[in-house]
Design a protein. Structure first.
Length: 233
C-alpha cells in the first residue's frame, strides 16, 4: 500500500482484521486489483478530502486563541495560528493548554521552550511579551515547523536543534511540555529560576533537584507544575 499510494491511505480496525483503504480513482482501483488480486470499492460523498479539518478546532485559553488558519480568532485575542497539516502538536492537548495558562501568570522575561514541537508555546510567549524566546528540539522537522509558524504569526523565535544531553541556554523562564523522564532530567542541564513543566499525567509528582514546587494545575487527567529554583543555604 505504501508503494501504491505513497500520498497516504487509511487503516480501519475491523473484527476480522485491519482494513486498508485508499481514496483514489478508477486507475487506482485497478492497481489494487492487480496487486492484491481483489478489492472492493465504494463511492464517497463530495468534500471528503477536507473533512479532517473538523477535528482541528480552535481553543481559547485566557488572552490566547490557538487555531488553524481557516478559523477566525476573536478580535480581542492574541492569536496563535498553526496549520495542523504540517505541525507537530497544536494547542488542543490539555498539557499545551495548561502551559499556555501558566505563561500568562508569569512576568514576561527571557524564555526557553524545551521540546518546542510546532512552536505553539514559543509563539504564544512572544505574543505575551517574553523576549528573547529560544525554542529547542532534538528533531529537525520540529525546528522547521517552529520557524515557519513563527514567520506566519509575525513573531521572532530563535529555533535551534540540540542534542538530548547538552547544556541549555540560561534564561529567566523555561517551559518544558515533554515526557516525565525528560522533565526530571532537566535540572542537570538547566539554568532558569522558573520552570513550567508538563507532558505527564496528574498522578505523577516530579521532584526536581534544586527546585521547589510552587504551583500545580490539572486538566482532563494531565498536570502542569511551576517550579522555582531553591534558595542556596
Amino acid at each position: 500500500m505504501v508503494e501504491l499510494f505513497p500520498e497516504g491511505f487509511e487503516e480501519v480496525d475491523r473484527p476480522e482484521g485491519v482494513e486498508l483503504a485508499a481514496y483514489t480513482d478508477a486507475a487506482g482501483e485497478e492497481r489494487l486489483w492487480a496487486f492484491f488480486g481483489g478489492a472492493r470499492g465504494a463511492d464517497v460523498e463530495g468534500g471528503w478530502e477536507d473533512k479532517w479539518r473538523a477535528f482541528h478546532r480552535p481553543v481559547r485559553i485566557g488572552r490566547l486563541w490557538v487555531g488553524p488558519p481557516w478559523e477566525s480568532p476573536p478580535a480581542a485575542a492574541l492569536a496563535v495560528v498553526v496549520d495542523p497539516g504540517r505541525a507537530f502538536g497544536t494547542g488542543s492537548h490539555p498539557t499545551t493548554q495548561l502551559c499556555l495558562q501558566a505563561l500568562q501568570e508569569l512576568e514576561p522575561r527571557s524564555l526557553l521552550d524545551v521540546g518546542c514541537g510546532s512552536g505553539v508555546l514559543s509563539i504564544a510567549a512572544a505574543l505575551l511579551g517574553f523576549e528573547p524566546v529560544v525554542a529547542l528540539d532534538i528533531e529537525e522537522p520540529s525546528i522547521e515547523a517552529t520557524r515557519e509558524n513563527a514567520r506566519v504569526n509575525g513573531v521572532t523565535v530563535d529555533a535551534r536543534l540540540v542534542a538530548g544531553d547538552e547544556r541549555l541556554p540560561a534564561v529567566a523562564v523555561a517551559v518544558a511540555n515533554i515526557s516525565l523522564e525528560s522533565v526530571q532530567a532537566l535540572p542537570a542541564r538547566l539554568d532558569a529560576p522558573t520552570l513550567v513543566a508538563s507532558g505527564y499525567f496528574a498522578s505523577a509528582e516530579p521532584r526536581l533537584d534544586g527546585y521547589e514546587h510552587a504551583a500545580r494545575a490539572t486538566l482532563d487527567g494531565w498536570a502542569c507544575d511551576v517550579y522555582r529554583r531553591a534558595a542556596r543555604p
